[in-house]
Design a protein. Structure first.
Lengths: 124, 323
């Protein structure tokens, strides 16, 4: 079939497009500290709803956060970028209208640190 | 894109009572306990050194030294006279130092009844005649610089009241009232913890004491004693009653009059949720209402997993406005 390579090319492109590159390390996240982020997550009480490795408590009201670095979308809407995830953590309803997750009391730096911690989770 | 901001920049002081800050007194009663503790550590350390020195002589010392050590004189002095003098001195000194902890109540102090419950604390501010004037839970507000008498009791099993920076531990015994005085010398937040195993979530039974300057404390109490202004009924309030919250929780000035669970009249002003274990913000409040069993397994509040998110948000908004 002489046309096979022509037909295959878009398929291959589609298949490789699904392999998402790792999240772009922006300047902000590069200087963020995952351990400070873990502390911020615990002090803000994210664990009341989410199960997050290394954080107490381990709530079950919302989704468990593991392997978020491998995820394509945040809350099924936003592209998974560190700056957008940080903005989402601070005020979910403003970034994803209709989100059940309320705004959380995190400062800008705390949110960046929290994102660094969430991206560092390998899943279990 | 406009960058969103969160509702507050400062994260909550989660787990104010854990780990309990020991030997870091913030008032006179805790201060005398800390002084006594350090002296006992010091004397204990000194006696250990003397005993180790005697042991070293007994093992490796010269014959002459061993003779001296084993003589009747050393045994009488080191084994009888020394302990009697030191222990008697310590007893007298310790009792006089901590006398303020057990001194009779004058009667003109501010009084608060704190009742241990499985696994939270019921708080009632009392007037001079011992009548309830304001109810709260899991948090106690006190004025700075004056002793506050706590009438401690329990509704079920034995608990123990312990706010390490303000005083010692005292058991809360069903059917009895024990008295404790606390005092804070400066404004601040002081964590507490149940110190007597009381079943399942005992380790998650925390407490918070907030000390205010006198004027601020007086204003706070005046606000709490005043009748609450009527507000237009909201969807959250209707849901609060419809789904059954009001059967166990009281909110003053509304129909909600349940007594089984913590009073929620001022829940939005509390530093923590779940009895001193979670920071208090909209997210944690919502998570606690939806599934407190995942947070504090075994506590007596059921989960509300069947509530739609909009109802959950409405109840959270309603409780978040209870100041």
């Amino acid at each position: 079939m002489p046309h096979a390579p022509i037909l295959l090319a878009p398929l291959i492109m589609l298949a490789t497009a699904a392999c998402k590159p790792p999240p772009e390390p922006s300047q902000a996240v590069a200087i963020a500290d995952p351990e400070r982020g873990r502390v911020a997550i615990e002090r803000a009480g994210c664990g009341a709803c989410h199960t997050i490795a290394g954080v107490w408590p381990q709530g079950r009201t919302a989704m468990a956060i593991d392997r978020i670095a491998d995820q394509a979308l945040i809350a099924g809407r936003l592209p998974n970028r560190p700056d957008l995830l940080a903005a989402f953590l601070r005020n979910a309803p403003a970034t994803v209208p209709g989100s059940t997750m309320p705004p959380m009391p995190l400062g800008e730096e705390e949110a960046r640190d929290a994102v660094a911690y969430l991206y560092s989770l390998e899943g279990r | 894109m406009r960058l969103p901001t969160s509702t507050a920049l400062r994260v909550g002081d989660a787990l104010a009572g854990w780990p309990p800050p020991l030997l870091d007194p913030a008032g006179p009663y805790a201060g005398s306990i800390a002084t006594l503790s350090w002296l006992l550590f010091a004397i204990g350390g000194l006696v250990t050194l003397v005993v180790l020195a005697a042991l070293w002589i007994a093992l490796f010392g010269s014959e002459r030294r061993k003779q001296q050590l084993g003589g009747a004189k050393t045994v009488v002095i080191g084994g009888v006279v020394f302990p009697v003098v030191v222990l008697t001195g310590l007893l007298v000194w310790g009792l006089s130092l901590t006398g303020s902890l057990t001194a009779p109540i004058r009667g003109d102090e501010m009084r608060v009844r704190v009742t241990g419950e499985m696994w939270w604390w019921r708080v009632a501010y009392l007037d001079e005649r011992g009548r309830d004037v304001a109810l709260d839970a899991n948090e106690l507000h006190i004025p700075v610089g004056q002793p506050v008498v706590l009438e401690l009791t329990s509704a079920d099993v034995i608990h123990s009241f312990w706010v390490p920076r303000l005083s010692g531990k005292l058991d809360m015994i069903p059917g009895r009232t024990t008295l404790m005085r606390i005092q804070a010398d400066a404004p601040g937040t002081f964590g507490g913890q149940c110190a007597e195993y009381c079943g399942g979530p005992h380790a998650l039974m925390g407490f918070v004491v907030v000390a205010h300057p006198r004027e601020r404390f007086a204003a706070l109490m005046a606000q709490r004693r005043a009748p609450r202004p009527a507000v237009a009924p909201s969807r959250g309030e209707q849901l609060f009653r419809a789904v059954g919250c009001a059967a166990c929780h009281r909110i003053a000035g509304t129909g909600a009059n349940g007594l089984a669970g913590p009073d929620l009249t001022h829940v939005a002003t509390r530093q923590t949720l779940g009895a001193g274990i979670l920071p208090n913000n909209r997210g944690t409040l919502m998570g606690w209402i939806a599934d407190s069993q995942a947070i504090k397994p075994g506590n007596r509040m059921p989960t509300y997993k069947t509530l739609p998110a909009a109802d959950l948000a409405a109840i959270t908004d309603y409780l978040g406005s209870q100041r």
